[in-house]
Design a protein around this ligand. Structure first.
Ligand code: NAD
Ligand code: DAU
Length: 340
């Protein structure tokens, strides 16, 4: 199989490239990534010399570049490439629409032109909006995105659906809950809290800290997508989640306890505008129809993740880059008195 992975230098994409080369060493893997601030080829050092692995630096919005990649022969594409951070989408929605909607359309056109056997769109549970204290997202839950990020992901999903209905493109959409694990950029909650706590900096908790996310270890997300590529029924959506709902403040206190750092570092700051209260995935469809089961509990996954960040300080020292410092100043400056 010739598998094109877009966004394979990011957090989940790089874990997925590594997973696929380990599980299917005979597959040819092409990784196309624009290497935005979120992409990092260091994530792929362990497999960069694998004979069946090729990296191409290109932008999914670039029609000519994508045509060149697809024209060399691709069987399956898995699209991870996206702008992925909600807070950045509030500061700058424009690039989210361009990459997550228009970039998806460029890939769909190429997949159609070259008659791919499968197109998998890696989407998110955020397209369903926010849950109250009860209930779970199923694949039938109406799309009700609340942030520019989730609206752009929903836009991409609708195009994928339309290319299936109109052109018969063999597609799947996966909608996963919050991932955590190695190589997650330290702007997202778990690596942000680990890196700030290690530096004895203030830990910015939005609002009252009682918002709930449903956490999944990244390797379990990878095994689910691997299964969807091979067993997914064309045109179907699959929710992915491991029933691990936690409040944000619980996550922050767990990390502090593991690191032996004081709770006095916690700083409750101005809430995220439009902050979704709760996400919770009903994974019945993928578990019963495709036989997927997560391997990691939150308790073991978070310990492994903290250990990885402790062992890989050089990797996340990227948060010292001027790009990140500019973002952090805009995002947290007035909230935290510039202490990040
Ligand atoms: P990430 O931000 O870590 O990585 C995104 C990657 O896409 C980066 O390598 C970046 O360089 C690349 N990219 C961005 N714009 C591009 C463009 N125009 N052309 C080519 N490459 C481009 O994101 P992530 O957390 O790994 O998320 C990957 C995918 O999974 C996204 O589509 C996201 O919506 C989805 N998702 C993420 C989570 C999560 O918790 N992180 C959960 C569910 C779904
Ligand atoms: O649910 C899947 C989604 O999970 C993915 O589609 C997104 O790409 C991914 O970024 C993630 O979105 P969230 O907004 O849930 O993740 P984030 O890590 O940004 O925030 C998690 C929770 O922590 C959220 O309730 C906001 C809160 N938070 C976040 C940051 C960065 C804070 O309290 N303080 C912070 O500094």
């Amino acid at each position: 199989m010739k598998l094109l992975i877009t966004g394979g230098a990011g957090f989940i994409g790089s874990n997925f490239v590594t997973h696929m080369l380990q599980q299917h060493p005979e597959y040819q893997i092409i990784n196309v990534d624009a290497l935005t601030y979120a992409g990092n080829l260091k994530n792929l050092e362990s497999i960069e010399n694998h004979p069946n692995y090729t990296f191409i630096k290109a932008d999914i919005r670039d029609v000519t570049a994508m045509d060149e990649v697809f024209s060399k022969g691709v069987d399956v594409v898995v699209n991870f490439a996206a702008e992925s951070h909600v807070d950045r989408s509030i500061l700058e929605p424009d690039v989210f629409v361009k990459t997550n909607v228009l970039g998806t359309q460029v890939l769909l056109d190429a997949a159609k032109k070259y008659s791919l056997t499968k197109y998998v769109q890696v989407s998110t549970d955020e397209v369903y909006g926010s849950l109250d204290v009860s209930g779970l997202f199923t694949e039938e839950t109406p799309l009700m995105p609340n942030s520019p990020y989730s609206a752009s992901k929903a836009g991409g999903d609708l195009l994928v659906r339309a290319y299936h209905e109109t052109f018969g493109l063999p597609v799947n959409i996966t909608r996963c809950s919050n991932n955590y694990g190695p190589y997650q950029f330290p702007e997202k909650l778990i690596p942000l809290i680990i890196s700030c706590a290690l530096a004895d900096q203030s830990l910015p908790v939005y609002g009252d800290g009682l918002n709930i996310r449903d956490w999944l270890y990244v390797e379990d997300h990878c095994t689910a997508i691997d299964l969807v590529i091979h067993e997914g029924v064309n045109g179907e959506v699959y929710n992915i989640g491991g029933n691990n709902e936690r409040t944000n403040i619980h996550i922050v206190k767990t990390i502090l306890q593991e690191l032996g750092k004081p709770e006095s570092l916690i700083s409750y700051v101005q809430d995220r505008p439009g902050h979704d209260l709760r996400y919770g995935i009903d994974p019945t469809k993928i578990t019963t129809e495709l036989g997927w089961k997560p391997k990691h509990s939150f308790e073991t996954g978070i310990k492994e993740t903290i250990k990885w960040y402790l062992d890989n300080k050089d990797w996340w020292a990227r948060n010292q880059s001027s790009e990140y410092q500019n973002y952090a100043a805009r995002q947290y400056g007035s909230r935290l008195g510039d202490s990040l």
